[in-house]
Design a protein around this ligand. Structure first.
Ligand code: PEP
Ligand code: MN
Length: 263
């Protein structure tokens, strides 16, 4: 069960040697998608040098349009695994179907369940049978309670290594990409024993608003953040508008460091 009453002190979830829910405010960073070996290696090198503790990147991309870049598939996983070993930083990547869980399990450090698959119950159950950590994103149309119920599907199989990620919900404005529900993330942390992070890249979609949101997440006592960073941001094959440039990521890390330490 994921309710706070089960573990009043909260759980620690580890991806590789990086603990979420302990003392550290953890930064996960990397491009939206793995595009090539060279680009991913460059992204992994720069974000790990600047203090990212976990790498991100999609090999299987749940794109809104079937005509958009869908990811490199299994070869993208190999690229991430190489970079992860090279820079000594674990990685998280999205799994989209229950059939892929077994094939990806020996390769990945953590599964990501994307917003669009939050209630793919067959996928959640398949991950529940593994002992691989999983980052469960909130669907943009789901209540926090529905999100926690989705986490229960994973926990029910015996996998309690679940990290929650708030990535923005639909409201009525279109000025930001989605609406970052910071209070919802705080509520999830209070009512469950799971660590909770935010993904302001997808929630907000505007690079120069991210540092403030990350600082707010740290100040709110959340466990970390995931942001998209691309070495050649404007030319990213996926989510180019929201990717941080290396310089923007460096500035974000500098701004957040003192708040993250204090939190
Ligand atoms: C992602 O993090 O790559 C992603 C696709 O995000 P979401 O599922 O939140 O849209
Ligand atoms: Mn993205």
């Amino acid at each position: 069960r994921v309710g706070r009453e089960v573990r009043p002190d909260g759980s620690v979830v580890s991806i590789g040697d990086v603990a979420f829910g302990a003392d550290e405010f953890v930064v996960i960073a990397g491009p939206c998608a793995v595009e090539s070996h060279a680009l991913y290696d460059e992204a992994a090198r720069l974000v790990s040098r600047l203090g990212a503790r976990v790498l991100r990147g999609g090999a299987f991309k749940p794109r809104t349009s079937p005509d958009s870049f869908q990811g490199l598939g299994m070869s993208g996983l190999t690229i991430m695994q190489q970079a992860s070993r090279e820079y000594g930083v674990p990685f998280v990547t999205e799994v989209m179907s229950p059939e892929m869980v077994g094939e990806m399990e020996p390769i990945v450090d953590a599964f990501q369940v994307g917003a669009r698959n939050m209630q793919n119950f067959a996928l959640l159950e398949a991950i529940g049978q593994t002992r691989t950590p999983v980052m469960l994103k909130r669907n943009f149309g789901a209540t926090v309670s529905e999100w926690l119920k989705a986490a229960e599907y994973i926990a029910k199989g015996g996998n309690d290594q679940i990290l929650l990620c708030e990535r923005g919900i639909r409201s009525f404005g279109d000025e930001t990409r989605f609406t970052l529900d910071l209070a919802g993330a705080m509520w999830a942390k209070q009512r469950s024993h799971l660590p909770v992070i935010i993904d302001p890249s997808h929630a907000i979609g505007i690079p120069d608003l991210l540092a403030g949101a990350v600082a707010a997440g740290a100040a709110a006592g959340l466990d970390g953040v995931m942001v998209e960073v691309h070495p050649d941001a404007s030319r990213a094959l996926c989510d180019a508008d929201q990717a941080l440039t290396p310089t923007q990521f460096e500035e974000l890390m500098e701004r957040v460091a003192p708040i993250a330490r204090a939190a």
